[in-house]
Design a protein around this ligand. Structure first.
Ligand code: FAD
Length: 443
């Protein structure tokens, strides 16, 4: 298929999810002059914090730089797991899976999954929540063996209900022989990310939480034992400040900016497929991902008609017009039967990686709270860390999060501008290709 033939005539360089809910400014809430807790960033993390603060009788204000839902929270793939990827570092170092710390973190990740399910049910959020599991395809036989060694840990520590599927049975999971088998995680779900966001927003509004769009925070300074938070639409006084800016963390918090590495991730949505083709691609409606260093992740749309396919098309800034043909090729590598299918949507969002591949919440030396670093799996996790942050502020965290501990690492050569990404990304791609080539050769 020629490059240009990939694009549907109605192609939009915007998230498919925005067809159901587009980020809005709405009637601009005035920025109040005073609040107990000022929350910077209006994604899942910020809204979840505000919601739980309200449940505990503490008032807060959410300050969002752009439209409500502008960040990753309406752009993601909508795959929800209980943190099964925890500690798998993009810098190649992973948390020792045999360590006690790994078990505790995985167990906390499992709590994140329980929490998001409870929250969706409690608030009646209509976001196509489906507990249909995940399949992670093994890129090489060695990856398959490594996955198999993790099954017991995931089941013990995170109740993942994980098991291995050998290559001969892979077609039960996907209409392709692309992988060397893989791992199923039954305790995983998918949802419509923008409708989940909309549900959280409505829940905040129902509790009269001011959620202020187009109110970028331009400065934060200590004042009278609290904080003065300056926005482009006025200042407010707050007793506490919570930073929930994840992959969009900027210069107002330089100490945090140099602890998160924003990496763009890209997604395409295809045109509607014929019902027969659509029904066969991922028969159990799971979300899929793979064990490559530069991984791809994909699923069917909630109505089961389109393929939603994500990955890292490039490690340098790129337009949807450049990204879509690359992701289309990745998709048809896996599903050759989609070769003639066109792309209707293509979009990008920022994922916040951390140097130890772990999400972090905590309090800086100056007293400011933060929750940052989803490492690509933040739908449940950032919701959960928001809940935990709120409970901590309310003095209710009798079970503090395992992510609220330990050092939040930085690096002397990194100040917030990820200059090294093209080199590291290229290196990982090359190693992926090499591993795969060797695997084919060895068989
Ligand atoms: C393409 C893509 C695919 C993904 N797929 C998945 C997936 O399938 N499953 C999964 O679990 N996770 C996935 N993720 C990760 C997930 O989307 C995020 O972890 C989650 O949305 C983070 O929520 P958040 O509230 O922390 O950040 P965001 O939703 O990014 O919100 C942060 C907000 O902070 C605002 N902000 C920044 N600076 C300021 C300021 N100075 N003043 C006011 N506001 C400010 C930004 O405008 C932004 O809206 C994906 C992410 C991307 C980008």
């Amino acid at each position: 298929m020629q490059r240009n033939e990939v694009f549907h005539r109605d192609f939009k360089p915007a998230p498919y999810w925005w067809e159901a809910f587009q980020p809005i400014a709405g009637d601009l809430n005035d920025v109040p002059v005073r609040t107990r807790v000022a929350i910077v960033g209006g994604g899942y993390a910020g809204l979840s914090t505000a919601l739980e603060l309200a449940a505990n009788g503490l008032d807060s204000v959410v300050l969002e730089a752009a439209e409500l839902g502008f960040g990753a929270s309406t752009r993601n793939g909508g795959a929800v797991s209980g943190g099964v990827n925890i500690g798998k570092s993009f810098s190649g170092k992973s948390l020792d899976p045999r360590s006690d710390r790994a078990r505790v973190l995985l167990s906390d990740g499992a709590d994140a999954f329980s929490l998001i399910e409870r929250l969706i049910n409690r608030e009646g959020i209509q976001c196509h929540w489906k507990k249909t599991g995940r399949f992670v395809g093994a890129w090489t036989p060695a990856h398959y063996a490594s996955q198999a060694r993790r099954v017991d840990l995931l089941n013990d520590a995170a109740q993942s209900q994980a098991y291995m599927v050998p290559r001969e049975r892979q077609r039960e999971e996907m209409a392709s022989d692309y992988y060397y088998g893989g791992m199923v995680i039954e305790r995983a779900a998918n949802l419509h990310p923008a409708l989940y966001y909309k549900g959280l927003l409505n829940a905040c509004r129902a509790r009269d939480v001011p959620v202020c769009a187009r109110a970028p925070v331009t400065g934060i300074r200590e004042r009278d034992g609290g904080w003065e938070v300056e926005t482009s639409r006025g200042s407010l006084q707050a007793r506490e400040v919570v930073i929930a800016t994840n992959g969009y963390t900027g210069d107002i918090t330089p100490d945090l900016k140099r602890r998160v590495v924003p990496i763009a991730s890209h997604i395409i949505a295809t045109e509607e497929l014929s019902p027969d083709l659509a029904a066969t691609l991922i028969p159990k409606h799971r979300t899929l991902a793979d064990t490559r260093r530069v991984l791809c992740y994909y699923r069917m749309s909630p109505d089961g008609r389109r393929m939603i396919f994500g990955g890292r098309a490039r490690f340098t800034p790129a337009t949807p017009a450049q990204i879509a043909p690359i992701l289309h090729r990745f998709m048809t590598d896996r599903f050759p039967q989609l070769r003639g299918v066109k792309v209707t949507h293509c979009w990008t969002g920022n994922v916040a990686f951390t140097l130890d591949a772990l999400p972090h919440m905590g309090r800086q030396a100056n007293g400011m709270h933060y929750l940052l670093g989803c490492n690509g799996s933040g739908v449940a996790m950032m919701t959960y860390l928001g809940w935990q942050t709120a409970r901590k502020l309310a003095g209710k965290s009798n079970q503090p999060s395992a992510f609220d501990a330990g050092e939040f690492p930085d690096h002397p050569l990194y100040s917030g501008k990820p200059w090294f990404l093209p080199a590291i990304g290229g290196w990982y791609r090359m190693r992926d290709a090499l591993d795969r080539g060797l695997a084919a050769f060895q068989r």
